[in-house]
Design a protein. Structure first.
Length: 159
């Protein structure tokens, strides 16, 4: 019996990372593992909107990968959870979209969210706060990682 796939929300930074030196190998490997069936990729209308302002190669790559993804939209539940993060001071209103990514992943029952955003999402002080607000509001804890932390490594492969 096959183990269930990890439901993984990838924020916009992971798509852009495919074209950024230093982030490209891990980002490409993650998306290849999505195509290979290791992860169930979850993407949102928020990611799609941010990608629409990205360079053309990022947009083309997103469209290709989106074929393998579950698409979710923002709803009142996710917006309320985002507001709870803002009210708790995890991030400021200026970074509300980053909080929305975490809320969307949580509400969609993703097992984890991956991001290259080390300032507002993948940050050792913010992760426990996101988790605490989730628990206070009746949600599961969300696991937050950068792409290299979730990859299935082959012998000799380093990032």
């Amino acid at each position: 019996m096959n183990a269930p796939k990890f439901r993984v929300y990838a924020d916009t930074s992971v798509f852009g990372g495919v074209f950024d030196e230093g982030f490209d190998l891990a980002s490409r490997t993650f998306f290849q593992q999505v195509k290979d069936g290791r992860f169930q990729l979850v993407i949102s209308a928020t990611v799609q909107r941010e990608i629409s302002a990205a360079p053309t190669p990022v947009q083309i790559f997103f469209e290709d990968v989106a074929k393998f993804a579950e698409f979710i939209v923002s709803d009142e539940e996710a917006l309320q959870l985002r507001q709870a993060y803002l009210d708790a001071g995890i991030v400021t209103a200026k970074s509300a979209t980053d909080a929305l990514h975490v809320a969307l992943a949580t509400v969609a029952k993703c097992r984890l969210i991956i991001s290259w955003n080390f300032k507002h999402i993948v940050h050792f002080q913010k992760i426990p706060l996101y988790r605490a607000i989730n628990l206070i509001n009746g949600y599961e804890e969300i696991n937050i990682y950068s792409p290299p932390q979730v990859l299935n490594y082959e012998e000799g492969q380093n990032f």
